[in-house]
Design a protein. Structure first.
Length: 550
RNA sequence: GCGCCCGUAGCUCAGGUGGACAGAGCAACGGCCUUCUAAGCCGUGGGUCGGAGGUUCGAAUCCUCCCGGGCGCACCA
């Protein structure tokens, strides 16, 4: 919500109706160029073709018919090819600050979700090793998206899915077993497709220390339970270090033990979309737009197991049956091939799940650069930068901020040297510093900012251009949050915060708060509090701290 | 070969459901600290928006083709 925009939009809508025309959406935004006013609309240019008149003439008629509430707009002009530009009254701006203060920490919240449930699944790493920087991007992205959805009225469940069954786990177990044998002085090889990281050795030692009854590691199931449990705990600790928490952890193995996989296959067969060929059980996914049919159960000579596609579908059935009418999955872009398969599998069940279920947010890969050199990420080779390394080195705030700066479908170069610098080159500090400065004002004034309500001053005293600009920025915040949540693009909030911080720093630099004439000082204290609050609200949405001092 | 994503300033990236002269940060250069933290502020230079067509009053944005980079196309997960 931009300052004054709603009332103006209503007035414009009234004109359109009076003209007997239809426009679904009235574009009314803040122009990039300051000399184009506070708000501008292209409405006349949109209507001109329908009316078969020149855009500027239409603009004039709109202005003539416009019934504006008093005290909102001080000036209107027709510009360029037919834009209508509006300038807002100081009083309207002061009103906006009052609204910000009245809402407090709730400023930015809205209710598009209406309390409906949404499941946000992210990270979902296999428990075969520590989390790496790609997981870090996903963890931060998913957590921020979840927060954005919460802020816009959705009831969010953060969920982590473990692929703790299948070949990769078998490889893990054999790798650990091989290391145990080596520790015992016997020749053993890490199997093909196995894991070579140092952590495998740690797991081997850990197993021997806790399982004296099995010094030969012959109980593969015990090795599996131990290794998976240890790795899950480590992943959990690392995520906590990043400030990411989950509400629900789902295990692939439990889909099997609970019979969900079997049940899903039976349903697919019953729905009539399955067939046998070459000894395998296939799903005719081409009925639903897939480019080829998919195997659900391998032929006996290939092992006779279910392919990974079946538990994936079964898992999403459980999401649906748990009441999640909306589900969002965050995955690396290398998973985009699974999107069609999962959706098509759900369609083939014919149980009323919408075609676009679940939604996907894909993110591109992360390249880590340190000392001008790219660090290769290879879990199997064992040489890679973990999420934990990154957090230990640059701090959770910088990690989160860096990963949220860019839209998810852009490749991201994480410059460790830059993020490590505790200096002005590091952008996260810019926003945090603006917050710190606001906190500093209240320290100097000897006031508790939390007690400010907005009622303690005449806010029309805030007439300086930097003040008007800052208040307008504060007013934009809810609209930015709503848009970021709607488009599932947290980087919009980062961009907004940098603009807000710029407005804050400019104002702070130009005008003193403490020591200004009493009436003005009171007004400026309110503005300082408003700015501090919105900065904090925004940073918290991203999971970044808003420090009082730096 | 087919599909998806990306190609915007020296670097990293915004802007992309069409709109007013293309933006930010960093890097470069020049100013500003007896005052609420200079982790800041102000200013200067810097771009054929990968290329070519097309649609439009108007294209970085939409369509087609091409070039370049990434990823995916298994009875692997």
């Amino acid at each position: 919500m931009t300052v004054g925009a709603e009332r103006l939009r209503e007035a414009l809508r009234g004109v359109v109706e009076a003209l007997g025309l239809k426009v679904t959406d009235i574009w009314l935004e803040r122009p990039r160029e300051e000399s184009h006013g506070d708000l501008a609309t292209n409405l006349a240019m949109k209507l001109a073709p329908q009316l078969r008149r020149k855009p500027r003439d239409v603009a004039q008629e709109i202005i003539d018919r416009l019934a504006l509430p008093p005290g909102v707009v001080t000036r209107v002009e027709i510009a360029g090819p037919g834009f209508i530009n509006f300038w807002l009254a100081t009083g309207a701006v002061a009103d906006a600050l009052r609204q910000v203060m009245a809402a407090g920490v709730a400023w930015g919240r809205s209710d598009a979700g209406g309390g409906r449930p949404v499941n946000v699944e992210f990270v979902s790493a296999n428990p075969t090793g520590p989390l790496h920087v790609g997981h870090a991007r996903q963890a931060v992205l998913g957590d921020a998206l979840a927060s954005l959805l919460e802020s816009t009225g959705w009831r969010v469940t953060r969920e982590f899915y473990y692929n703790d069954a299948g070949q990769q786990i078998a490889n893990l177990v054999q790798s650990v077993q091989a290391r145990i044998h080596q520790l015992k002085g016997r020749a053993a090889e890490i199997p093909a497709g196995g894991y070579h990281g140092e952590y495998i050795r740690d797991l081997a030692q850990g197993y021997l220390a806790t399982h004296p009854e099995d010094p030969e590691a012959s109980d593969l199931d015990a090795v599996r339970r131990f290794a998976v449990s240890e790795l899950r705990q480590e992943q959990d600790r690392d995520l906590q270090a990043l400030g990411v928490k989950f509400d629900v952890y789902s295990l692939e193995t439990s889909l099997y033990t609970a019979g969900e996989v079997e049940r899903t296959v039976n349903r697919l067969v019953a729905a009539g979309h399955a067939y046998d060929q070459d000894g395998a059980l296939w799903l005719r996914t081409t009925d639903f737009g897939d480019d080829k049919d998919r195997v659900m159960r391998k032929s006996p000579d290939k092992g006779g197991e279910y392919t990974y596609f079946v538990p994936d579908v079964a898992y999403h059935v459980t999401k649906w049956e748990r009441g999640f009418t909306r589900a969002i999955n965050i995955h690396g872009a290398d998973h985009h091939g699974t999107i069609t398969r999962v959706r098509v599998g759900l369609q083939a069940l014919e149980m009323g799940i919408p075609a676009g279920y679940p939604e996907y947010v894909l993110h591109q890969m992360v390249t880590v650069v340190k000392g001008g050199q790219e660090l290769k990420i290879s879990k199997r080779a064992g040489s890679y930068l973990t999420l934990r390394d990154l957090v230990d080195e640059v701090g959770a705030d910088a990690v989160r901020y860096f990963f949220l700066m860019r839209k998810s479908d852009s490749h991201l170069v994480f410059d460790v040297d830059l993020a490590t610098k505790q200096s002005e080159e590091n952008p996260v500090y810019y926003v945090q510093y603006a917050h710190t400065r606001m906190a500093g004002i209240f320290r100097t004034a000897g006031l508790d900012p939390a007690t400010m309500t907005g009622a303690e001053a005449d806010l029309t005293t805030l007439r300086e251009p930097e003040e008007q600009e800052l208040i307008k920025r504060l007013g934009e915040f809810p609209g930015v949050v709503a848009k970021a949540a709607e488009t599932l693009e947290p980087h919009r909030v980062v961009a907004y915060l940098e603009q807000l911080a710029t407005a804050v720093n400019r104002w702070y630099h130009e005008h003193r708060v403490v020591g200004a004439p009493p009436e003005l000082e009171r007004g400026r204290l309110v503005l300082a509090r408003g700015a501090q609050m919105v900065l904090a609200n925004g940073l918290h949405l991203l999971g970044v701290t808003a420090p009082e001092r730096m």
